[in-house]
Design a protein around this ligand. Structure first.
Ligand SMILES: Nc1ncnc2c1ncn2[C@@H]1O[C@H](COP(=O)(O)OP(=O)(O)O)[C@@H](O)[C@H]1O
Ligand SMILES: [Mg+2]
Length: 349
């Protein structure tokens, strides 16, 4: 399905808030045309990652590239380097001082370039990247008709021709399984599933290249969830969309995602193709997530043991520190040297 061209590149993304590191050094690529699933329990930083990509934050550090262009950049790492250099300067030899001065100047240039890219008007990507939100009730303005909701983005983008707007709105309504008669109604007149279809329509009408779907079915009844997932899957194929699909458990993303990234407390802990992740999960947190998925198989269910993940007993990171490493082609795990060797053995077995 994917063309093997990187559409979105997230590089060492950090988003720190006052009290916590919501996203801490997260990197991943999304290929054009693929569905990339991002999973992890509530509070692990998934939404913050999504919001960083649509530039709702001025990120702490790291870079985000879209179609090869840097659209977001943080300056934290450069500032840190300057601080360290100034500190070292205090006791450095004269030659080293010269080097450090150079280094500081370079970092200042990096900061300038990062700000330039981050705040450039043409890098806002208001059309190219669209988001679908978790709670369709909260994300729709109750005072706006369906028509107004869907047309809003087009109008903001500068579309003035009423005929063009009408045509796009009615077409997209039908595309998401609603009818044009719905256009004049208000959100409260719709069921949860229909509201989320309106949310999908509002995103799709902009003809984006990338859609960030942030737990788009979590608030819906199980019976409705599959319908919305199927809709997204159809749209993906028909419109050549690329989707970052955020979920808090693996069952939802399993069949839909080409690749999956697993987050835990602000870190990416494992990243692989969907098939590989389900066949050979390596990180203990991924194993715990998998053990939580019920299967429609009574024998399996009878024996299913939920695995608990306790980072302190699962890893010894006191000396040997973890980094993201490629254990098998395309299969990345957050691990240290000892774990890396162990995981490779596990894959061979
Ligand atoms: N605007 C914010 N200010 C401060 N802390 C935040 C903000 N947004 C999220 N957080 C915190 O960052 C962490 C990650 O949150 P979030 O990205 O929403 O997680 P998820 O979407 O995976 O449930 C949480 O601890 C959350 O409380
Ligand atoms: Mg969230």
């Amino acid at each position: 399905m994917s063309e093997q061209r990187v559409l979105l590149k997230v590089e060492n993304l950090c988003q720190y808030f006052k009290v916590n590191k919501a996203v801490d050094d997260v990197s991943f690529d999304i290929m054009k045309g693929e569905v990339f699933g991002l999973v992890g329990e509530s509070g692990c930083g998934k939404t913050t990652t999504g919001r960083s990509i649509i530039k709702l934050y001025d990120i702490t550090s790291g870079n985000i590239y879209f179609n090869g262009k840097r659209i977001a950049a943080g300056t934290g790492s450069y500032r840190k380097a300057i601080k360290a250099a100034r500190e070292e300067m205090k006791t450095a030899s004269p030659e080293r001082k010269e080097e450090l001065k150079q280094l500081i100047m370079q970092q200042k240039e990096e900061i300038k370039a990062a700000k330039r890219d981050h705040f450039a008007k043409e890098n806002r990507c208001v059309t190219e990247i669209q988001m679908i939100f978790q709670d369709p009730v909260a994300s729709l303005d109750p005072r706006m008709t369906v028509y107004e909701t869907i047309a809003e983005g087009l109008i903001i983008r500068g579309e003035k021709d009423k005929k063009v707007i009408d045509e796009k709105v009615f077409k997209v309504l039908e595309r998401v399984g609603l009818v044009r008669e719905h256009a004049g109604r208000y959100p409260h007149e719709f069921s949860g599933g229909q509201k989320q279809r309106i949310g999908v329509a509002r995103a799709v009408v902009m003809e984006p290249e990338l859609i960030i779907a942030d737990e788009p079915v979590s608030a819906l009844d199980v019976s409705i969830q599959a319908q919305v997932i199927n809709l997204l899957n159809e749209l993906r194929h028909d419109l050549g969309l690329t989707i970052l699909f955020i979920a808090h458990d693996l069952s939802v993303v399993k069949y839909f995602s080409d690749r999956i990234g697993v987050m835990y407390y602000g870190k990416m802990v494992e990243l692989a193709t969907s098939d590989e992740l389900f066949a050979h999960p390596l990180h203990p947190y991924t194993k715990a997530l998998l053990s939580a998925i019920p299967l429609p198989d009574p024998m399996y269910e009878k024996n299913r043991q939920r695995i608990k993940y306790d980072p302190l007993s699962a890893h010894d990171y006191t000396v040997d520190k973890p980094t993201m490493r490629e254990v098998a082609p395309g299969h990345f795990v957050q691990c240290n040297d000892v774990e890396f060797a162990k995981y490779q053995q596990e894959l061979k077995a």
